[in-house]
Design a binder for this molecule. Structure first.
Ligand code: SF4
Length: 290
């Protein structure tokens, strides 16, 4: 039987789509949208199409830029301004999210409770699984290495969503096309910051050109790296994310791990869990203890 490795790209796309449908039966997920169960550590390589079909799309244009992010979880206080700005800027429909602030509630030794927040979105991976999985040739690297969707090519296979280890893609319910963070390319082209960065009142979000030593993100990266305070999300996936997180030493990114969506999932309203304290109990399962 022919498989994706031996099939021409158009046939590989058809096989990938069929396999996704077959896999989607009977496996419920917590974060909504899809049903493929993912191995916790491994990347979903079986979703990838042949390399010759994605190699060019994984290469960013030679514009001398390298866009990246820093998310300072120590400064975020959960106002959701970034999410609202993103939704307004990009016409994100109700129930869908390009970015979302993930809460983590935990109990201190003293018995008091605390809530910490981590704003999440596409990690703009250097080695992006979504690009490797996209059978229609839509997912590709744009300026500065931004991972973007070509809407003249996307036909809503959702293979990208199944492959993304961070649940950063949703399928638009009307257009049936993949939607994700695109670094507000239309704003950046006009020398503006992404809408979320400009809106964040606590200065928790940094975006910019890592190739420019004078950019705020380069300077902040240097400081935080020297202090050993930067982490990437799920490094075991080996996707080389362009988004780094500044974390409190007592609250590494692992603190949020159970709530961050995985392959086949998307951000959804449950990420806030604003009513979960009463359900799980302050010392209940899933809460961390200091
Ligand atoms: Fe693609 Fe997901 Fe990586 Fe973003 S985080 S580049 S959507 S695999």
């Amino acid at each position: 039987m022919q498989d994706e490795e031996s099939a021409p790209p158009h046939r590989a796309a058809e096989l990938t789509r069929r396999r996704l449908l077959e896999k989607s039966t009977g496996l419920a997920t917590a974060a909504g949208g899809s049903a493929i169960s993912a191995d916790d550590d491994a990347i979903q390589e079986d979703l990838f199409i042949p390399e010759e079909a994605w190699r060019d799309r994984m290469t960013a244009p030679e514009d001398g830029k390298k866009y990246g992010w820093i998310v300072d979880t120590r400064r975020c206080f959960g106002c959701h301004g970034c999410e609202v700005a993103c939704k307004a800027e990009n016409d994100v429909p109700l129930g869908n999210y390009i970015r979302q602030t993930i809460y983590h509630d935990h109990t201190r030794k003293s018995g008091s409770v605390a809530r910490i927040m981590a704003p999440m979105a596409c990690q703009h991976c250097e080695d992006a699984p979504c690009i490797k999985a996209c059978p229609c040739g839509a997912m590709h690297k744009g300026q500065g290495g931004t991972v973007v969707v070509d809407y003249n090519a996307c036909s809503g296979h959702a293979a990208c969503k199944e492959a993304c280890p961070y649940g950063a893609i949703y399928i638009d319910p009307v257009a049936n096309q993949a939607v994700k963070c695109h670094n507000c390319t239309h704003r950046v082209n006009e020398d503006m910051e992404p809408a979320c960065v400009e809106t964040c009142p606590s200065g928790a979000l940094y975006f910019g050109d890592l190739n420019d030593p004078e950019s705020a993100i380069s300077k902040m990266t240097e400081v935080l790296e020297s202090e050993g305070e930067l982490e990437t999300l799920r490094p075991e996936k080996e996707t080389l994310p362009r988004m780094k997180f500044a974390v409190d030493a007592e609250h590494p990114l692992m603190s949020w791990e159970p709530k961050i969506p995985r392959e086949g999932q998307s951000y959804n309203k449950e990420a806030y869990s604003v009513y979960s304290w009463g359900e799980s109990g302050f010392n209940g399962e899933g809460d961390s203890k200091e």
